[in-house]
Design a binder for this molecule. Structure first.
Ligand code: SF4
Length: 333
């Protein structure tokens, strides 16, 4: 059975007294997913987004209607993506763009990002996945979805596929706090995340999680408590996003009515929170992203707009200033 954390072995060489960063972190003070991928697959692995036309159980009435209060998928869809095209045509457009931008890429994987890409009839799901895999430049799949709609049948299929292809299941965890999840109308609780990650991990699948910091009503303490809960799961990686107010969402309406009802983190508060979280997180969970960039045309707030290329080094500088690193306060007990 493959290791769901990608076979990465934590090499504890740190000297606590001298505050030496673990060697395997390389140039960062946290475990970078890009580095892990480079070592595992011999070079850069680049996602190419596709939209397969799936929906979401929190929108079609099966779990809820209206969706999560922060959700507007347009805010997270790359500008190069034409949703109406066939999967092969979408991949061609994406590859044309990404090959110019990242010519050093070793492997391209199709990224089923928008909505819930394990929700639907299995044969239809499989046809979409296999249409992407049929593209000669595509070496695998990243499947984004909700934790409450990953059937065993889909996991079995993906686990089998992962023997010959790069496969990652990306789950929208968003929060480990049930009250915060309820308040954003998420339609599932944290137990659904635990269940999905454990079932996928037991099959040897690489599982990534998506977390949002700053959901309405969620305290700093409950966000930090999430580091311990997530460290206990067979997660290979995490992506972090700061809460942003995206146009045409329920959260945007609430914020317009009363901005104080949706307090937002400043850039510095967000970075401090990330640093605190990383200190408590298992050093074996790789970090895929440390923030999100919603295109300005879709965003209402906050005003700060740091690019990812700025956020990552600022986070690293903060960790260095504090003489700390991912996992420094982590305990497996
Ligand atoms: S964030 Fe995901 S789960 Fe929530 S409504 Fe949007 S597509 Fe559905």
């Amino acid at each position: 059975m493959p290791n769901p954390r990608g076979g990465w072995k934590y090499w504890r060489v740190m000297d606590i007294q001298a505050a030496t960063v673990p060697l395997q972190f390389g140039r960062r003070r946290y475990l970078s997913w890009n580095e892990v991928q480079r070592q595992k697959y011999g070079g850069r692995v680049q996602k190419v987004s596709v939209a397969a036309g799936f929906t979401c159980p929190n929108r079609d009435g099966s779990k809820g209607v209206g969706g999560c209060t922060f959700c507007n998928n347009d805010g997270f869809t790359p500008s190069y993506l034409k949703e109406s095209g066939e999967i092969t045509a979408q991949l061609d457009i994406g590859l044309n763009f990404l090959l110019r931008r990242y010519p050093e890429t070793r492997h391209f994987v199709a990224y089923f990002q928008a909505y819930s890409n394990t929700y639907g009839d299995f044969e239809r799901l499989r046809a979409a996945y296999e249409a992407a895999l049929a593209h000669p430049k595509i070496d695998g799949l990243v499947i984004g979805t909700r934790p409450d709609c990953v059937a065993d049948e889909v996991l079995d299929y993906l686990a089998e596929l992962s023997r010959t292809k790069i496969v990652e299941l990306e789950l929208g965890i968003e929060s480990c706090d049930n009250a915060a999840l309820a308040r954003v109308n998420r339609g599932h609780d944290f137990a659904a995340t635990v269940d999905a990650v454990e079932r996928a991990g037991a099959r040897g699948l690489q599982v990534g999680g998506h977390l949002m910091f700053g959901l309405p009503g969620e305290s700093r303490e409950s966000m930090l408590a999430g580091a311990k809960k997530l460290s206990q799961l067979p997660l290979a990686s995490l992506k972090f996003h700061q809460l942003q107010i995206v146009k045409h969402t329920q959260l945007a309406n609430a914020w317009r009515r009363d901005p104080a009802s949706v307090p937002l983190l400043s850039a510095q508060e967000y970075l401090e929170l990330l640093a605190d979280f990383l200190e408590r997180l298992s050093p074996e969970i790789a970090i895929q992203r440390v923030g999100s960039e919603v295109p300005p045309a879709h965003k209402l707030a906050p005003e700060w707009n740091l690019r990812l290329s700025e956020l990552a080094p600022r986070l690293d500088d903060l960790l260095a200033e504090r003489k700390t690193w991912q996992g420094r306060l982590y305990s497996a007990k």
